[in-house]
Ligand binder design. Structure first.
Ligand code: NAD
Ligand code: TYD
Length: 379
């Protein structure tokens, strides 16, 4: 198998590269990344040094570079992680979100179409363009669950899910399914939703074999510390305030990054072509619960007093989506996938990783990121 992974120097991309090398030792892996502020080549230093991956420093917006990369590497699977990803940045500077997330995806779709279509109009077999989308394209859910009536989990899926003891007994209409209409509300999610439509257009119009995955909030090692969980860990260590937007009651469905990686690979290997698959953690939490838990864990691991005093309620994010919650039963039923990491396990592993890798954090926190931080939080 020959993987072409864009955005592979970022958080989920780098975890996915490592996951693939671990689970398919014979796979060929090419990483394409523009190394924006969020891309960190250190995430892949070992793999590049060992020659286990080929790294191409290029933007998915660069049509010539993409055409060349396809020609040189002849990939079977394109996995498109490359994107601008931070909602707060999309509010203050939306244009790059349209450039990368929409036009970049279109450029990549074109490169795949030209590379995979034979002169007689037929398609090379075994090819798949997997676009990594997000649950944020569905918009915002109310906090009320399951109206009008919860749908019980079917028995065969229940057996799968039983591997996780903390899974809720039912899903209802208060969850995002693959059929939920797209209703993005931030510049980030609007750009991601536009990209999803481009992907489906390339399937319907040209016949490109595609999939789209829509996943909930990820957490784990190597996440850029502008995102909630690594930002908290870093600020606690620096004795800096922990900024909680609004009342801290917004809900996200958190998934450990390795479970996202296993779902993506399951879609590539077993997903029906041209289908959308939702991926979620069975794990809804309010932001303030996350903040408190991270404060307690840092205290436990460092043997210091928990710094709940650092929690600071700040002005809410404009248009802040109230709740995201994924119904992942289609993915569970069709692909036999369920997330195996409980939040308890995942968050302990994550906090441990950041505490054990201060050099990784220090390198990132210097430079451009600190200018952004001052502007965003006025502190
Ligand atoms: P990230 O910001 O950590 O990484 C993005 C990567 O893309 C970086 O390495 C960056 O250098 C690269 N990149 C940006 N513009 C590029 C361009 N023009 N050409 C090539 N590379 C470029 O993001 P992440 O959190 O790892 O998210 C990866 C993907 O998963 C995104 O598409 C995102 O929308 C999606 N997603 C993320 C989450 C989450 O919780 N983090 C949840 C669901 C979906
Ligand atoms: P984030 O990690 O930015 O992901 P997303 O907005 O894509 O879900 O934020 C997760 C939640 O945490 C979101 O509801 C916003 C909130 N949040 C804060 O309360 N304070 C912060 O400093 C950040 C970055 C996020």
């Amino acid at each position: 198998m020959n993987y072409f992974i864009t955005g592979g120097a970022g958080f989920i991309g780098a975890n996915f590269v490592k996951y693939i090398l671990r689970t398919h030792p014979d796979a060929r892996v090419t990483v394409v990344d523009a190394l924006t502020y969020a891309g960190n080549i250190d995430n892949l230093a070992e793999e590049i040094r060992d020659g286990r991956i080929r790294f191409i420093h290029a933007s998915i917006n660069d049509a010539e570079a993409m055409a060349r990369a396809f020609e040189e590497t002849e990939p079977d699977f394109v996995v498109n992680f490359a994107a601008e990803t931070h909602v707060d940045r999309s509010i203050t500077g939306p244009r790059v979100f349209a450039d990368t997330n929409i036009l970049g995806t279109m450029t990549l779709l074109e490169a795949a179409r030209r590379a995979w279509r034979r002169p007689d109009g037929s398609w090379q077999s075994g090819k798949r363009f997997l676009h990594i989308s997000t649950d944020e394209v569905y918009g915002s859910l109310p906090k009320e669950y399951g109206e009008p009536k919860p749908i019980a989990i079917p028995d065969d899926i229940r057996a799968l899910v039983a591997r996780r003891r903390d899974v809720p007994a039912a899903f209802g209409s208060g969850f995002f399914t693959e059929k939920t209409p797209l209703a993005p509300r931030s510049p980030y999610s609007a750009a991601k939703a536009s990209a999803d439509m481009m992907v489906m257009a390339w399937h319907h119009t040209y016949g490109l074999p595609v999939n789209i995955t829509r996943c909930s909030n990820n957490y784990g090692p190597m996440q850029f510390p502008e995102k909630l969980i690594p930002l908290l860990i870093n600020n606690i260590q620096q004795g800096r305030e922990l900024p909680v937007y609004g009342k801290g009651l917004n809900v996200r469905d958190w998934l450990y990054v390795d479970d996202h990686c296993s779902a993506i690979d399951a879609v590539l290997l077993h997903g029906r072509p041209n289908e959308v698959y939702n991926i979620g953690g069975f794990n809804e939490k309010t932001n303030i619960d996350i903040v408190r838990q991270v404060v307690d864990l840092v205290a436990e691991f460092t043997g210091t007093a928990p710094r709940h005093d650092l929690i600071t309620y700040v002005t809410d994010r404009p248009g802040h989506d109230m709740r995201y919650a994924i119904d992942p039963l289609k993915t569970a039923a069709e692909l036999g996938w369920v997330p195996l990491t409980t939040f308890e396990q995942g968050i302990r592993r994550t906090v441990r990783w950041y505490l054990d890798n201060p050099e990784w954090v220090r390198k990132i926190v210097s430079g451009e990121y600190m200018d952004y931080y001052k502007k965003q939080y006025n502190r």
